[in-house]
Structure formats: structure tokens, C-alpha cells
Design a protein around this ligand. Structure first.
Ligand code: PLP
Length: 387
């Protein structure tokens, strides 16, 4: 049986896969089983931050895998300690907990936020407010946190204590915070899976003020927006707010599974010994990969990300069938009157990988995609959109 047949026979059918099997790549180029070449504007959903098999990333992974691949959190290991230091230096946050995915990071954030509120105000202060159209993960609690009704079927009962308000409506947030005792507000600053919708900066700063006035924690889900994607290390740095908890994952280890919860001044000591854990969390190979990624996301690289994001926006402007271009930096949403899935399929046919999010085309290229490849890919995308 070939790969397609084996997969269909033996893999649970939870994904709608595109009919392509990738075998290798270098940087922003990918190759499938037939040897066909693609320019990658998807990076495995914002994961391969420096593209495929990047030299520095590869050296870090190989070095660590050939010395110690895992020790468990019963002991100290250098890569995770160094990665936590780097993340705190980049963000101004105080402490880090490592897990393996975005959902696991958000689970940790939910636990820490509830514990903070319980410790200070008692158990009834437990509600986590999230935004309609958000996405926070696929576990039972993070599905409950996700503000999309489509995710709230089949798997109930869901845990209690989540409430949803429309994005960019400060009055609705204020009403919600005053209607039940709330532990935290949790939100993405650019709703990724929800269609690459950036929140209004005034709204975000308003939510921060509402939270501060009530000692409600502000939790920012930077699973997709983090690690340079929007042209700042974290998107909240662009919005000028100070979160109490930040979660991140996707790009952090450049293609290996890793998630992190970052705690600020109010929350750094909330979770105590024995109250949270993860067997694989902070695994040395993933952490060494993370160090190699995070070290390279400096001001010069972030300026490049912003410049390339501006290039994409300028290049797409005025393209027939393009109604709007949304998002920040190299997190780009394209609103088109064509079916996004058809655009993605036509691009793939012509050797360009793009993603979709709801009814939008979504671009998440490598942070270091070379300009000539980006120009070639955007040229093809424009022809597909205009056709
Ligand atoms: C992808 C994503 C998640 C879930 O991450 P997993 O690693 O798939 O668990 C959570 N929040 C946001 C904003 C995401 O984009």
C-alpha cells in the first residue's frame, strides 16, 4: 500500500488532509513523494519558525539527541533552564512552566488562574472569560474555553466556569466581569484559527484596565502569535499591555513539540510543588531546539518579519477578488470572495502551500523566508486569486 492507502486504512479519520505526502525540504522549500517542489507559506501551521531542516536548529537538535534525550522533571537539565531564561528576558515575565502543546499550555494557565483567584478570594471566583470566535485547544477544558459553538457538541459534559463575550466590545466585557465572580480573561490578540482577526488595541488596553481594577488576571494566548510571528517577540508587546500569564507553543521549538506557560509578578509562585507537571515537559531535545530558535529572534529578525509582512500586504492590495488583508507581521489573513479551500488547492497545484482559517486564506511563512522565494510564491498566489 502507498502512503495515502496506509494512512486511510490505519489513521483515525480526524483530519481532512490535502492529497500530498511531504518527504523533505530545506528552508522554505518542500518536496513531496513525487519529487515535486513547493514554496512553503504555511510552516506546518506556524511551527517551523526557521523553515525545514534549518542548519542551526538541526545542529542543536542533533547535539542534544546524541548526548541526552530525556531525563524527566525529577532532575535538572540545562537546555530548559536556559530556554526559560531567554523567554523571561524577551518577555519581562518571571517564570516558565514547560509542556508539549498549546492546549497543554492553556490548561496550565487555566489551573494557575483558578488557583490565584481561589487562594485570594475563594472557590466561587472561578469563571474564565474568553472571546467569541476564539480558539484555545482540543482538550476538554480548552474546548470549553474556545468561544465557538461548533466546538461545544459531542463531548459534553464540559467543565463549568467559562463565559464568552464578543471581541472588541468593551461594555460587554465589563458587564460579564461584573455579573459573576471571574478569575481571568483569556484571549488571543490575533484570533488565528478564527480567521486571522487582530483585536482593536484600544479594546485590549481597556480589557487590561477592567482586569486590573478587579484583580482579574489577564491571560494572553500567544500559542500562534508568539515567538516573532507578528513582528514583536510576543504580540502583547505591540499592544502595550502587561499580561499576568502568557501561553505559547507552535513556533517555539522550530518544529518539535513544546508549549510554555509564562508567569508574571502576580502569578509566578501560584502553582506550588506537586500542583502541576508534565512527563515530557521541557524535554532536553525540544528545549535545545527552542534555545536555538528563541536566541535568533532578535530585533534585526523582527524588523525583517515586519518588512516582509508589509511587502505581502502591499503586494496583495488591489488584487482582484481580494476584499481585505488582515493580521499582523507574518500572520496574514486574506478575505476573498473565492472559496479559501479552492485557492489553497489551486496554489498547491502550482507549487505553493497556503493555509485557510474559516473562510480566509492564511499565510504563516517562515520568519526567515528568503525574499526571492516569498516574491515567487506571492506572485503565484496573486494569479490564483485573480483568476
Ligand atoms: C494552535 C492553537 C492552540 C492549540 O495548540 P495545540 O498545540 O494544537 O494544542 C491553542 N491556542 C491557539 C491560539 C492556537 O493557535
Amino acid at each position: 500500500m502507498n502512503t495515502f492507502e496506509l494512512d486511510n486504512q490505519y489513521i483515525a479519520h480526524t483530519y481532512g488532509r490535502a492529497p500530498v505526502a511531504f518527504v523533505s525540504g530545506k528552508g522554505s522549500e518542500l518536496f513531496d513523494e513525487d519529487g515535486k517542489r513547493y514554496i512553503d507559506l504555511g510552516t506546518g501551521i506556524a511551527v517551523n519558525a526557521f523553515g525545514v531542516s534549518d542548519d542551526a536548529w538541526l545542529a542543536a537538535v542533533v547535539r542534544q539527541a546524541s548526548t541526552l534525550q530525556h531525563a524527566s522533571n525529577l532532575y535538572y537539565t540545562a537546555p530548559m533552564a536556559r530556554l526559560a531564561q531567554l523567554l523571561c528576558e524577551k518577555s519581562g515575565m518571571k517564570k516558565v512552566f514547560f509542556g508539549n502543546s498549546g492546549a497543554e499550555a492553556n490548561e496550565g494557565a487555566i489551573k494557575a488562574a483558578r488557583k490565584y483567584a481561589h487562594d485570594k478570594y475563594g472557590e466561587e471566583r472561578s469563571t474564565i472569560v474568553t472571546l467569541i470566535n476564539s480558539f484555545h485547544g482540543r482538550t476538554i477544558a480548552t474546548l470549553a474555553a474556545t468561544g465557538q459553538d461548533a466546538f461545544h457538541t459531542h463531548f459534553g459534559p464540559f467543565p463549568e466556569g467559562f463565559a464568552y463575550v464578543p471581541a472588541n466590545d468593551l461594555a460587554a466585557m465589563e458587564r460579564q466581569l461584573d455579573s459573576v465572580p471571574c478569575a481571568a480573561v483569556m484571549m488571543e490578540l490575533v484570533q488565528g484559527e478564527g480567521g486571522v482577526c487582530a483585536l482593536d488595541p484600544e479594546y485590549v488596553r481597556g480589557v487590561e484596565a477592567l482586569c486590573r481594577a478587579r484583580d482579574v488576571l489577564l491571560v494572553i494566548d500567544e500559542v500562534q502569535t508568539g515567538n516573532g510571528r507578528t513582528g514583536r517577540y510576543f504580540a502583547y508587546q505591540l499592544y502595550g499591555v502587561t499580561p499576568d500569564i502568557v501561553t505559547t507553543a507552535k513556533g517555539i521549538a522550530g518544529g518539535l513539540p513544546m508549549g510554555a506557560v509564562l508567569f508574571g509578578e502576580r502569578t509566578e509562585n501560584v502553582l506550588e510543588k506537586g500542583q502541576h507537571g508534565s512527563t515530557f515537559g521541557g524535554n532536553p531535545v525540544c528545549a535545545a531546539a527552542g534555545v536555538s530558535v528563541v536566541e535568533r529572534i532578535d530585533d534585526a529578525l523582527l524588523a525583517e518579519v515586519r518588512k516582509k509582512g508589509e511587502y505581502i500586504r502591499a503586494a496583495l492590495e488591489g488584487t482582484p477578488h481580494v476584499k481585505a488583508v488582515t493580521g499582523l507581521g507574518l500572520m496574514v489573513g486574506i478575505e476573498t470572495d473565492k472559496a479559501a479551500a479552492d485557492v489553497a488547492a489551486a496554489c498547491r497545484e502550482r507549487g505553493v502551500i497556503v493555509l485557510t482559517a474559516h473562510d480566509r486564506v492564511r499565510l504563516l511563512p517562515a520568519l526567515n523566508i528568503p525574499m526571492p522565494l516569498l516574491e515567487e510564491a506571492i506572485g503565484i498566489l496573486k494569479e490564483v486569486l485573480a483568476a
